[in-house]
Write a protein that binds this ligand. Structure first.
Ligand SMILES: Nc1ncnc2c1ncn2[C@@H]1O[C@H](COP(=O)(O)OP(=O)(O)OP(=O)(O)O)[C@@H](O)[C@H]1O
Length: 211
């Protein structure tokens, strides 16, 4: 289970954007996180991805409270959580080919290259793998980012508004791919979106914050 307990977080200690929030993501389940713009959904998602340090509260991964955030997050916890962001172009070096994007986590962790297998999993065909990020569509790049997020077989996947830039059919395809990964591995998913209709269809339960 990926658990947030009593999380108060934000960007200025005197003005937290979320206060005393509890949230748990069970293995195999999808929890939707909804709320108006500015309510702190992304902030909570970043805390639960260990990318942002809360002012107070704890995050636990499979029963162990994590001891640090960002570069202080222990590797064994960090690699259990895959993250997919809203704007793939901001999270990818445009000079990299999609193959390099997908291979990066394995390379950085000294593991065998699974780029072909991962590309197949997200339905990116051969010729696209050789193209650079600036030569593919947002949807194709987001598929590569999904493959990158799944490269180390995370037990949890945090998707922060991952479909905002995409059309309905690409959104449905990505959700289908994530469901397939969940069926195969029993991963838990935290899906952040301001699109309540999408979350009702996608998630097993939806948590509303800030309204
Ligand atoms: N890096 C940052 N530095 C300072 N303030 C920030 C930062 N990131 C977000 N904020 C502020 O924190 C508040 C919550 O932002 P957050 O992105 O978590 O909300 P959200 O619910 O995800 O919003 P949206 O649906 O618009 O993405 C907002 O007022 C935002 O302006």
């Amino acid at each position: 289970m990926l658990t947030a307990t009593g999380i108060t977080a934000g960007y200025h200690p005197r003005r937290p954007v979320i206060t005393d929030i509890d949230l748990a993501v069970e293995p195999g389940k999808t929890v939707g996180l909804a709320g108006p713009s500015g309510s702190g959904k992304s902030t909570l998602a970043k805390v639960m991805s260990l990318l942002h340090k809360p002012f107070s509260g704890t995050v636990s991964v499979d029963g162990t409270v994590v001891s640090g955030f960002r570069y202080r997050a222990p590797r064994q916890h960090r690699i259990r959580i895959g993250v997919l962001f809203q704007q793939p172009r901001l999270s990818v070096d445009p000079r990299m080919t999609l193959r390099q994007v997908i291979a990066e986590p394995s390379r950085a962790n000294g593991l065998p290259d699974r780029a072909d297998e991962l590309a197949e999993m997200v339905a990116l065909t051969g010729d696209l793998l050789g193209r650079r990020a600036h030569e593919v569509s947002d949807g194709q790049l987001q598929r590569a980012c999904l493959a990158r997020a799944l490269a180390l077989r995370p037990a949890y996947l945090v998707c922060d508004e991952m479909t905002t830039m995409l059309d309905a059919s690409t959104t449905a395809a990505l959700v289908g791919l994530i469901r397939g990964y969940q069926r195969e591995t029993g991963a838990g998913v935290l899906a952040v979106s301001h699109d309540f209709v999408l979350l009702e269809r996608w998630a097993d339960s939806v948590r509303l914050i800030g309204s």
